[in-house]
Ligand binder design. Sequence first.
Ligand code: C2E
Ligand code: MG
Ligand code: MG
Length: 740
Amino acid sequence: MSDNNELFVFNEEEQKVDNLNKKIIKILTVEDDINYQNALTNSLKEIKIDNGYEIEIHTANSVPQAALVLSLHADIALTFIDVVMEEDDSGLRLISTIREVIGNSEMRIVLLTGQPGFAPEQHIMKSLDIDEYWNKSDVSVGKLQSIVKSNLRTWQYISQISSARKGLQLVLDASRSINSKHDIRSFSKAVLEEISNILNITDGGGIMCSSGEINKEALISTANGCFDGFEGKLIEQEILSADIYDDFELATAEKRHVFSKHHTVFYFQTTELDKKSYLTIVKSDNAICEQNEYLLKVFSENVNTGFANMALLNKLTELAYTDISLNLHNRNWLTREIRNMNLHEQYQTKLIVFEVEQFEEKAFTFGHDFCQKLLKEVYNNIKGAFAHTTPRIAIINKSSFGLIVSTDSNMPQEIITGLNRQMCEVEMVRQYADIRILELALSSVLNFSPEKIISLAESSLSDSNTISLKYIEHNHLKTQELTKRYSLMAKLRKAIGSGSLQVALQPKMDLRNFTPIGFEALARWQLKDGSFVSPEIFIELAETAGLISELDSAIFDKILVIIQQLKGEGVNLPIAFNASAYDLANPKYFEYISKKLREINLDPSMLELEITETQAISNYELIRESLERFMALGIKVGIDDFGTGYSSISHITKIPANVLKIDRCFIGDIEDNPDNQYILEMIVKLAKRFDFSIIIEGIETVEQCNWAKKLGCNVAQGYFFSKPLFINELILWLKQYEQP
Ligand code: C2E
Ligand code: MG
Ligand code: MG
């Protein structure tokens, strides 16, 4: 190629002249004077151009003939046109058609005329992009040669820029198309399709295959065209022809792309990310020209980036489904496995949850690392027990595993027993890991989301009714029960949010003169159908759902209103409210209440706080400070349901409190139960000794009332005096109450 063509980046380096396959450049002459036409063609035939191209000459003697040739050869590089043919301006009209109708702006046009007076005006030359204008008589052989050479050079230059632009547009579109694919299958498919587009392959096809660092065999993931049907097979000589197979081996060995005339093997690797390499083999029956090879190289850069991005994405996805410290599948993974099951699979699968008991204590005693190793041991034992069934196991929270297996794989009793108590050896220390097991058939929870299924299994395991069982089979009834519970929980959340919980008040009576000395506020929840849900149920629900603080604050706000209402009625008596250990463990609870008191300037002695003995004892460290602050403020603290928490009086003296409310279980059968009579007597004596005041709960009869008095109890609560009443009822009761 001549120096002038240095700009032709595409062809410059790699253009090889193939003598058998000469490159052709086309010239057309349009001339109605046959003699001149012959002379011109003969001269053109003599012209040699030096970059391996051969001139192919086409002729036309009229505008219609010219139109026919042009329609058959869109790639004519240079056209000589006689101005005057059938008409004076035939030549100009033909040029206007070429430029404006056909839209060919690349073809070089040289206008010839026999009559100097017929020269077109300058602006026409410009607007029709006529490159040169010559009098036929001035065109010598030498001149013709220079006209041809310079115009052909210009044409090559322009057409190469134009095809480069088209090619780059193709690569750009192709890259855009593959960048939108985020899974390896659709990405590979898109890459093969786009390569076919770039090469304009009509006969041929492509293969995408991958191999790992350990398993070096190349597995075909996607195939199209002549390779259709090879997906899932390994690359073998029989699939590829010998020359392609050789280049495939070369690309693999030298880790590089290999280009050939009728095929290309691309080599991509994402070794750092996933220890994988990808090979793309493209076969094209029409030769891959230099320009297309260049485009493929540019495109392959994008493909490489695409593979790297995908490997990165896969890595991130993998991390999302892995418990990093144990290098095991995690809860997300198990959720996905269940989600991916079809209905048929769900019917045939069960979820088994294994929970390591007292894991927290073990972690505290032996440390985190030890427990991680212990978990790994437990994992291996579970896996071993189910080895015959290809188990799918994940660690679903810090101390439990979830396993999905076929419903056919029954666990014989000895396996269950073996898994319930596992001997694990960690760091030379022998340890028993006690495991609770729950089985749940996925067919019993078909409409549940995977997240809900796993939580259901967990809540079934932690259900207080089953806590002593080592092996639980979750059945359909249990699901219904838990579903009901979930729906009630949702309703409770709504009721608290909308302020629709109510307060009932039960009088506390002075047994010496049978007058009310205060009230206990009790939360009430009425459903839309008019029925009431027992506090025993909804308080526990609120505690489980983390709603108890909200509930207690809402009730407390209502109590403050009630105090004002009673004050309006001339009743200035304290009201006791029930608090949960969750409230008291949070310093904000005390701040909330004391702030409210300040706001309405209420005397703290108008309030009393009750906490159950069980909660007070088991959360002693967490709530002690809060209770002390309430007492210091002047709010009395009562230990509710006393006697049910199995704590001794000496134990109870540690808790900052003023009042013991003796549980109604002692008074219920007091007349016939000498043990309870004795216990009550002791409690009352000791309580007095330690300066606690006493309230007896659950007085229903006059006899029980007399017993309470006899035991030295001055304050009591119970249906005998009044059931808990809403404020309006209470106001009436207070007005009508007559001492017995
Ligand atoms: P509690 O604080 O020990 O309340 C006394 C319970 O005994 C009340 O049950 C009351 O209706 C019932 N009761 C009173 N006198 C008699 C009687 O003579 N015979 C019988 N059989 N029962 C009697 P209730 O209202 O069902 O409340 C149950 C528990 O729910 C309460 O026990 C309390 O621990 C808790 N609770 C109620 N309201 C709230 C609240 O607003 N917040 C919190 N955290 N807990 C609450
Ligand atoms: Mg109470
Ligand atoms: Mg009580």
